[in-house]
Write a new protein. Structure first.
Ligand SMILES: NC(=O)C1=CN([C@@H]2O[C@H](COP(=O)(O)OP(=O)(O)OC[C@H]3O[C@@H](n4cnc5c(N)ncnc54)[C@H](OP(=O)(O)O)[C@@H]3O)[C@@H](O)[C@H]2O)C=CC1
Ligand SMILES: O=C1O[C@H](COP(=O)(O)O)[C@@H](O)[C@H](O)[C@H]1O
Length: 512
């Protein structure tokens, strides 16, 4: 048990996929890890008609996502967790019944001495975020004069700059910005947070972290899966909205930010937003044509199995031009990053699941030694966000023997090598932070808007211009060939696993 305030987590959309697959397992792990407050209640809310018992059955006892943990922990532990869960239905519409909901919350509050500390988690379609915020406010459930109130909002946060702004205004009518927690689960990943520590607690990195020493920065987010039954949603979204605008822009902001004066949520987010506000907006057709590539996966046979092409997926239009691959080259116009290209790509149906940031350092000003083998004359710092979380440093060493020949060597750190190397799941970490009132790892309104401001012109260009071609790529390769043209005159994308001897841990798919 820890010293968190007693509190209630009210999940809207409690019958949905996210609750079952992510939120309840994260809460279960917080419970078994003794992270929850002494008195803690979860109230699930949806339109479906469920009793408390039926809700517990659905999200705990018959959960595929808890199966292993439940088997390990035994009946008693599971029951005591399940007994914290309650359910209330809201009828057919989220427009009514909030008085009934408010009464239920008050009843549970009194019974479990919750002291009116509430987190409302919106795990519902974004179209009703504002309605729920309003209805909560009508019931004074936003009022912090007695107990604190927090509102967690799921992605997508808007569909464009305009809709994101509208949503911010809509929510801020009822909740103060300090009460609003916009979740981005990439910020909950240990390795994303570790970028801050790597940069700002090591005097060997930060002095080099600028245009004087860094040649370019590359970020790859690859998934081997396709749209996995989410074709209907994905076809209206695409890779740029689904991954780039939020998760990858968050990583960019942490890589690019200036040192904050301390580690408070506001200071860290102040610096992140400044980096996002310095993104060079691409407004003309020529720049957009030359710096953005979109692609869509085609059917292929992978490991003897036929994999569907994107347009054959359920819920996807037969003539869809929605991108499942996006690669963007861009610049950050500030003192630190002048003329340093950032190359960022994200895609589904790639050879493996991997997310990594590669800092490519410049070559020494004057090279006096011979190169040998694969040594390509520059140092690389590779931050493995997932899987095999860790950091790989590539540097030149002398080849043993006569002369001064140089080859590339690795210094490789794996989180799993730490004694306490167990990594908290992102949702577990983010829920715990919200329970503590720590918004560092949540996106602020201005960050979201700055990111949309950069992404909007790309989306508009892709949606309207004849020059914005959707390039096909076979499922299971590293995207369309054209994406290599983005990296001009330097080298190709660093496709992980091309040199197996170099990075064996990454590359299970190749070793099979
Ligand atoms: N699933 C995931 O992995 C991820 C989801 N998200 C976001 O989380 C949120 C929830 O996602 P997910 O659980 O997958 O969604 P689901 O489609 O599973 O639905 C979530 C809940 O919303 C309720 N609901 C659906 N339509 C309406 C409606 N028109 N009015 C009121 N309630 C409705 C459903 O319950 P009922 O019909 O009983 O009311 C259900 O409980 C979304 O905003 C999504 O974008 C973000 C990242 C990942
Ligand atoms: O938000 C999303 O993220 C997942 C990828 O998350 P990860 O933690 O497994 O890297 C992605 O599959 C999904 O399309 C997107 O909506």
């Amino acid at each position: 048990m820890n010293n968190l305030d007693n509190q209630m987590l009210i999940i809207f959309g409690a019958s949905g996929d996210l609750t079952v697959r992510k939120l309840i397992p994260a809460l279960y792990d917080l419970y078994t890890g003794n992270f929850l407050p002494e008195n803690f209640v979860v109230l699930g809310v949806s339109r479906s008609n469920l009793s408390d018992e039926a809700f517990r059955e659905k999200v705990v006892y018959s959960s595929d996502f808890l199966k292993e943990r439940i088997e390990k922990d035994g009946k008693e532990k599971v029951e005591s967790f399940a007994n914290m869960l309650f359910y209330e239905d809201l009828g057919d519409s989220y427009d009514t019944d909030f008085e009934k909901l408010s009464n239920r919350i008050a009843g549970l509050d009194t019974k479990f001495k919750i002291n009116r500390n509430y987190i409302f988690y919106l795990s519902i379609p974004p179209s009703i975020y504002e309605v729920v915020a309003k209805n909560l406010a009508d019931q004074k459930l936003n009022d912090e004069s007695n107990g604190w109130k927090r509102l967690i909002v799921e992605k997508p946060f808007g569909y464009s700059l305009e809709t994101a702004k509208e949503l911010n205004v809509g929510l801020q009518k009822y909740f103060k910005e300090t009460q609003i927690f916009r979740i981005d689960h990439y910020l909950g990943k240990e390795t994303v947070q570790n970028i801050l520590v790597t940069r700002f607690s090591n005097s060997i990195f930060e002095p080099l972290w600028n245009r004087n020493y860094i040649r370019h920065i590359e970020i790859t987010n690859a998934e081997s899966v396709g749209v996995e039954g989410r074709g209907g949603y994905y076809d209206k979204s695409g890779a740029l909205r689904d991954m780039f605008q939020n998760h990858l822009m968050q990583i960019v902001s942490i890589i690019a930010m200036e040192p904050p004066i301390n580690d408070s949520p506001e200071e860290i987010r102040n610096e992140k937003v400044k980096a996002l506000q310095s993104l060079r907006i691409m407004n003309d057709e020529k720049t957009l044509f030359e710096n953005t590539i979109k692609g869509q996966y085609l059917s292929a046979v992978i490991g003897g199995n036929k994999v569907k092409g994107y347009r054959e997926e359920e819920g996807v239009a037969a003539d869809s031009t929605t991108e499942t691959f996006a690669a963007i080259k861009f610049f950050i116009d500030n003192w630190r990053w002048k003329d340093v290209p950032f190359y960022v790509r994200t895609a589904k149906r790639m050879p493996t699941k991997v997310t990594e940031v590669v800092i490519h350092f410049k070559s020494p000003h004057h090279q006096i030694f011979n190169e040998q083998g694969v040594y390509d004359n520059d140092n690389k710092l590779i931050i493995r966000i997932q899987p095999d979380e860790g950091i790989l440093m590539k540097f030149g060493v002398k080849v043993p023997g006569q002369g001064f020949n140089v080859e590339s060597a690795n210094m490789d750190f794996y989180y799993s090598s730490l004694d306490d190397g167990d990594i908290m799941d992102a949702y577990e970490r983010l829920l715990l932070d919200a329970m503590q009132g720590d918004a560092t790892l949540y996106a602020r309104a201005d960050e979201v808007e700055a990111s949309w401001k950069f992404v909007d012109p790309i989306l508009n260009y892709w949606a309207t211009s004849k020059t914005a071609i959707t390039h096909g790529y076979s499922a299971g390769v590293w995207g369309p060939k054209n994406a290599d043209d983005l990296i001009d005159g330097i080298e190709m994308w660093r496709n992980p696993c091309e040199n197996l001897a170099d990075e064996p841990s990454y590359c299970v798919f190749k070793k099979k």
